[in-house]
Design a protein around this ligand. Structure first.
Ligand code: FRU
Length: 491
């Protein structure tokens, strides 16, 4: 039976079947590519292959046939795609440009055994041919995966960041032809190193000033996901520093570890787009909007798994050190319908329904002061259900609370809880801004101009679409609250 109650309208989901990590994000010849871990045969993890979708704005996605399928020898685990403009690999032929995918081939017999492999495409990513002499990096290990390859211009060669999950180490390799790789060095263990590490990413990020404008300065960002240890179960941490083409060295002015990318339960395996055109002044990434702890129990059908919204990345100096800033893709503003504004108000231990309804909404509001307790908005409200989003004065943190948000994945004792992200306290001359995207089965919160982010899946009953403002345990002064219904961009 199809239950489309939680089908998002602005987040990518496949028409049917299971997905997890984004893979091979690349821009080429006018198209943004989104490949992803996919089971073409069912709604559970398995038969890992690369599904494929393309877009010309990062918002409207068109799903294409599977691009790289599992074969008798290997399943196709996570990885990346580069544009081999000058045919350094010799795979495309003289004067031709190939897209080259680097991924982990996971041996099917005997089960396990992971090594890095490549495949190339000369038809704009529609079909890929595996390289005849795969694998290209093999250490004879059972767990060794998720290669992120990019062109390192200063040393004029390809660099691969790839992870040893149990050792909590990211290995760097270099190559001039994408086929022969030499190890350069390792990073880790560092930061949070309890759960196994997966899905590294490494790229340069510009620094912005207080006004959000870029200063011209840049640093390198090294991201890795952890299978446990994150407050929400699984999640990503970042390291900020320098990469000279050989080694990654952390900066002393970075905020203290662990620096969680997203304080919610549902942002994993994020990957940044390779080869973005110059119209982008910041890197863009998105993540798998789920959590390995309960992903297989989510009651959606005939698909399971979604991607987060694309996010633009920068760094900002704060009193607590240099920190990652994530903002929803600016082009999302193009999906807004007529806004519904509500004037500033003061609430004291009360809840008022707002004249807004919808399951696909962008909401912006601010809190200028809060004497005690918590204040914010409730979304996806209906009989006995609501997802609370707001600021908690005692914890000095923004939060998303899904203890009354609806259905809970079977057997998951931690789903119905609250995820918090620390922020500076609001004040009348520096209100705290909150920007929220509600999309049928998820809530994504960007607070304090992108310094604190929380992503949570929710499973509200069909038709629950109310919005309310609340303050409990204290008096809150709200700024203007604006809501925009969002135009659907998925089929
Ligand atoms: C992360 C991950 C990767 C692996 C892929 C397999 O979610 O476990 O490490 O390559 O998923 O689907």
């Amino acid at each position: 039976m199809r239950n489309e109650a939680w089908r998002p309208s602005v987040h990518f989901t496949p028409d049917r079947n299971w997905i997890n990590d984004p893979n091979g994000l690349v821009w080429f010849d006018g198209e943004y590519h989104l490949f992803y871990q996919h089971n073409p045969f069912g709604n559970d993890w398995g038969h890992m292959s690369w599904g494929h979708a393309v877009s010309n704005d990062l918002l409207h996605w068109h799903e294409l046939p599977v691009a790289i399928a599992e074969d008798e020898r290997v399943s196709i685990f996570s990885g990346s795609v580069v544009v081999d403009e000058h045919d350094t690999s010799g795979l495309a032929g003289p004067g031709q440009t190939a897209l080259v995918a680097a991924y982990t081939g996971c041996l099917r017999q005997p089960t396990g055994g992971q090594a890095q492999e490549i495949a190339y495409s000369t038809d704009r990513g529609r079909t890929f041919t595996p390289y005849a002499h795969n694998p290209v990096v093999d250490l004879g290990l059972r767990d060794f995966r998720d290669p992120k390859v990019f062109w390192h211009a200063p040393t004029a060669r390809w660099v691969m960041a790839v992870v040893l999950p149990h050792e909590h180490q990211i290995l760097f390799f270099a190559s001039t032809d994408l086929k022969a790789w030499r190890e350069l060095g390792r990073f880790g263990p560092a930061g949070e190193a309890v759960g196994i590490w997966e899905c590294p990413d490494l790229f340069e990020v510009p620094i912005e000033g207080e006004d959000g404008r870029l200063t011209g300065e840049r640093r390198w960002l090294l991201k890795v996901d952890s299978f446990s240890g994150h407050p929400g179960g699984t999640g990503a941490q970042v390291f900020i520093g320098h990469f000279d083409g050989m080694r990654f060295v952390e900066d002393r002015d970075a905020a203290p570890a662990p620096r969680w990318v997203d304080h919610g339960s549902d942002f994993y395996a994020a990957l940044s787009w390779n080869h973005l055109p110059p119209s982008h002044d910041r890197p863009v990434w998105l993540g798998w909007m789920s959590n390995h702890r309960y992903a297989g129990k989510l009651p959606t059908t005939p698909w399971r798994g979604a991607m987060s919204l694309p996010r633009e990345l920068s760094l900002r100096h704060t009193s607590g050190g240099l920190r990652l800033v994530q903002r929803p893709l600016a082009a999302l503003a193009g999906l807004r319908a007529e806004p519904i504004d509500r004037a500033p108000s003061s609430l004291h231990d009360e809840r008022i329904e707002l004249p807004v309804r919808g399951r696909a909404l962008e909401l912006q509001f601010s809190i200028a002061s809060l004497s005690a307790g918590e204040a914010g908005l409730e979304v996806l409200c209906g009989e006995g259900q609501a997802t609370r989003v707001g600021y908690d004065a005692e914890a000095q943190a923004v939060f998303i609370d899904r203890s009354r948000s609806g259905t809970v994945p079977e057997g998951d004792a931690h789903f119905a809880g609250r995820r918090l992200a620390p922020v500076r306290p609001p004040s009348p001359d520096r209100p705290l801004d909150l920007q929220l995207f509600v999309d049928a089965g998820s809530v994504e919160l960007f607070a304090d101009k992108g310094l604190a982010v929380i992503t949570e899946l929710v499973l509200p009953a069909a038709g629950h679409d109310g919005v309310a403002a609340f303050a409990s345990g204290g008096r809150a002064a709200f700024g203007t609250t604006t809501a925009w219904p969002l135009a659907r961009c998925m089929p």
